[in-house]
Design a protein around this ligand. Structure first.
Ligand SMILES: Cc1cc2nc3c(=O)[nH]c(=O)nc-3n(C[C@H](O)[C@H](O)[C@H](O)COP(=O)(O)OP(=O)(O)OC[C@H]3O[C@@H](n4cnc5c(N)ncnc54)[C@H](O)[C@@H]3O)c2cc1C
Length: 434
């Protein structure tokens, strides 16, 4: 039912919105042609009709996004990786104009009003970008900084921050982690103290993706000295306010094209209306926001995993050792078959979690399992595939070595593997109570 409503809305929007004029050959505007005239050409697999969660519209959406990736992103990835940053405002404007930054966000704020399965399709397609940094930066904008705002923010706040983020006019970042608090979110120290009509914010955030370019930050801060979990609130904080200081851009093992910042807040004054939802509910909102973040991350890395396996097959098929292709050695093709099997198992888990999520279920346990498995499988695939490339795998010229570096983050960022295990244990009722 939700899917059908979404499809109707998509058709409606495609016929009515005129914001996609930037390029008639790409974006959701071109998707309208695909949606209204029934058959979707080559990129829609034959199985689309039987797919667990995707319809022809999902595949059309993916195809449309792929054009932008091939035209506006992939040709520049090498340059942006070398520069250690990509032009977020430029790329987000292209994606926002085409509707890809608000697929499941409300129509009145520029979104397409579709269900989360469409966001998942977008996340999967973004996995075709030839690095991890840019998809991650886009995911931060669409699925890590804005879900709570869209769900709980006031109309005024959504007008000021959500709409321009969906349209690609503003770049967002997420301020949860701190120098002393990553896995243990409840121990953050950043504080927002109410003074009249304002909150005065002091503290610092670490590992802030998009941080050097962002226009606003979705910031988690303590709003009272009460017990942990109860005293936190989420705020929309413009990054150009007096007292916001980008302390440094962090150099990293991978994700080079994504800028990561340490940010300080020194007596930063924000109006009380900038609080998302109710004061004291920030921790709960952030935990809900993490669900979408984790599903998004798995969908995104799934495509990358498949691409790495495919490229490894191609390379090992043509590379000869001991008078036959590397691929023809049983240890190689059996290992690739094992890895592809694991990918399919992860996909099944991800898609069933998503199907339950769009029906309104709490999928924290399944999303955590998928995130845990995604991180571990990415490490296995990166390591095994790189090995089959020999010395070439150790060069910077091939995708597999970038994947090896970038995908390592999956087991750390957005909740480390051990944090996922803790959540799963809680749901299994096996975690000892202190
Ligand atoms: C490139 C990058 C981008 C990021 N982007 C953002 C962002 O945009 N916004 C944001 O808020 N944060 C961001 N993060 C932060 C990320 O979410 C944290 O790094 C992550 O939550 C881990 O926190 P930590 O680094 O403080 O590690 P710590 O909390 O110090 O944990 C260290 C290690 O302890 C282990 N551990 C944790 N819990 C347990 C446990 N219960 N039992 C046993 N072992 C355990 C894990 O192996 C973990 O890796 C980013 C991080 C990176 C590296």
């Amino acid at each position: 039912m939700a899917l059908r409503e979404g499809t109707l809305r998509l058709n409606l929007l495609l016929n009515s919105r005129n914001v996609y004029r930037f390029n008639s050959s790409v974006g959701v505007r071109s998707l309208s042609d695909n949606v209204s005239s029934k058959p979707v050409t080559s990129s829609a697999p034959e199985i689309a009709g039987d797919h667990l969660i995707y319809t022809q519209e999902h595949f059309a959406l993916k195809k449309s996004l792929r054009k932008i990736i091939d035209q506006d992103i992939n040709p520049y990835v090498e340059q942006w990786e070398a520069e250690g940053i990509f032009p977020a405002h430029k790329i987000f404007k292209i994606l926002g104009s085409a509707g890809f930054l608000g697929v499941n966000k409300p129509v009145e704020y520029g979104g397409l009003g579709l269900d989360y399965s469409y966001s998942l399709a977008v996340a999967e397609e973004l996995g075709n970008i030839r690095c991890g940094g840019i998809p991650m930066a886009i995911g931060v904008q669409t699925d890590m900084t804005t879900p709570a705002l869209a769900r709980f923010g006031s109309a005024e706040l959504k007008q000021e921050f959500l709409l321009p983020s969906i349209m690609g006019d503003k770049v967002a970042c997420l301020g949860v982690s701190e120098v002393g608090a990553g896995s243990d979110v409840s121990s953050i120290m950043t504080k927002a103290v109410r003074k009249g009509d304002e909150y005065v914010i002091n503290g610092g955030k670490m590992w802030t993706t998009n941080g050097t370019q962002a226009d606003w930050i979705c910031l988690l801060a303590n709003t009272s000295d009460g017990p942990p979990h109860r005293n936190k609130s989420l705020f929309c904080v413009p990054m150009n306010l007096p007292g916001v200081q980008i302390a440094r851009k962090i150099e990293k093992l991978g994700m080079w094209s994504s800028d990561t910042a340490e940010v300080f807040f020194d007596d930063v004054r924000v109006p009380c209306k900038n609080i998302i939802g109710k004061e004291g509910m920030g921790f709960t909102y952030q935990m809900l926001q993490f669900q979408e973040e984790r599903l998004w991350a798995v969908a995104n890395i799934l495509t990358m995993m498949e691409n790495i396996i495919l490229e490894t097959i191609q390379y090992t098929r043509q590379r000869k050792i001991f008078k036959r292709p590397v691929l023809h050695h049983q240890a190689v093709h059996f290992r690739l078959a094992e890895l592809q099997t694991e990918v399919e198992l992860l996909r099944a888990l991800l898609h069933s979690a998503t199907a339950l999520y769009i029906k309104g279920n709490d999928v924290t346990k399944l999303a955590s399992m998928a995130k845990l498995k995604g991180g571990r499988l990415a490490r296995e695939i990166g390591d095994s595939c790189l090995q089959f490339w020999g010395g070439m795998g150790f060069t910077s010229d091939v995708l597999v070595s970038r994947f090896y570096r970038d995908s390592r983050l999956m087991s750390i960022g957005g909740g480390a593997d051990e944090v996922m295990l803790g959540i799963i244990c809680k749901y299994m009722d096996t975690l000892p109570k202190n």
